[in-house]
Design a protein around this ligand. Structure first.
Ligand code: ACO
Length: 277
């Protein structure tokens, strides 16, 4: 779909996306017109993620070219992502990034700063100006599941295996995944999924609202391509305004939502027709 670009051709100031060792970020980033593609690219390690991955994600969000309307997050190889790099659980940790035992010794403020930086890599995927699509095949475990949850839409292969493994490892999911999970599947199902750390396969994922679409493994790229075509067929500014409305709907009363619809529509009408006689 998107053509890989040399680092100096990436959008915005995306050169510094890979300030850390590219082998440790484990990401590729390509921009093709209105479409950006982020590829988790450590297939030999099942696209395990590190703090460097999340810092690079945050920088991609910071530097995303304005022209981009759709962001695809995908994984190379058999798994979308096997979650956090298990070296974090060892005393040695990940070179240059520490370990959970070194993180445990951080003061509260330093820990908060480190976590916020990691979460920043996930949060921008919900911006109104873009639609983010997770294309998920195979395992999406822990941080992998949460990265898929950070996206607006999940198109999944029929071999998908979602698992919120953190509670089984003594941790909580802290990469922004708990809120979208509850909003998608409801509190009871979210408790069931997280507190058993069980695997959710494709049929169930679609039934409970985790996945918008399930396709054969070899049809994943085509399904994402078709969805992008649909998303790009609508008006850019109307799409962003509509996403803002939809995102705010849950926290507003019906009356407030009606007022918000009016405000967005007034802006649209001004933009479309104010220059007409
Ligand atoms: N971190 C680092 N390396 C990993 C990870 C990981 N999370 N997951 C897999 N790998 C490595 C394996 O060590 C192996 O490396 P090697 O070839 O050098 O020995 C390679 O990836 C392939 O792994 P396999 O287990 O052989 O692959 P398989 O396809 O059979 O299984 C699966 C995939 C199910 C994802 C399995 O690798 C697994 O359970 N991984 C750990 C998942 C996990 O517990 N993640 C942490 C979740 S908590 C969180 O994210 C906060």
């Amino acid at each position: 779909m998107a053509e890989a670009k040399a680092p100096q051709q990436r959008g915005g100031n995306a050169d510094n996306v890979f300030a850390e060792d590219p082998a440790e970020t484990g990401l590729r980033f390509e921009v093709d017109g209105e479409i950006a593609t982020i590829t988790l690219d450590r297939p030999d390690k099942r696209n395990a993620q590190t703090f460097a991955t999340w810092s690079a994600l945050a920088r991609i969000g910071d530097d995303l070219p304005d022209r981009v309307r759709v962001v695809v997050v995908r994984g190379e190889g058999p798994s979308f992502s096997a979650g956090i790099d298990l070296r974090m659980f060892t005393p040695e940790g990940v070179p240059g990034q520490g370990s959970f035992s070194s993180t445990a010794r951080l003061g509260a403020a330093a820990f908060e700063q480190r976590l916020r930086q990691a979460q920043r890599g996930f949060l921008w995927l919900r911006r109104p100006e873009i639609v983010s699509i997770a294309a998920v095949q195979g395992h999406a475990i822990g941080a992998g599941f949460q990265l898929a949850l950070a996206c607006d839409l999940r198109i999944v292969a029929d071999d998908v295996k979602f698992c919120m493994k953190e509670p089984a490892l003594g941790l909580v999911p802290d990469l922004t995944g708990t809120k979208p999970l509850v909003e998608l599947v409801g509190l009871a199902k979210a408790i069931d999924i997280c507190l058993t750390a069980r695997i959710v396969e494709a049929d169930e994922a679609q039934r409970i609202g985790l996945a918008e679409q399930v396709v054969a493994r070899d049809g994943l790229d085509r399904a994402v391509h078709d969805k992008i075509a649909g998303l790009l067929s609508t008006n850019r500014d109307a799409a962003a305004a509509t996403k803002r409305l939809l995102q705010g709907a849950r926290s507003r009363t019906l009356e407030e939502q009606c007022a918000a619809e009016g405000a967005e529509q007034a802006e649209r009408l001004r933009a479309l027709f104010s220059s007409q006689p």
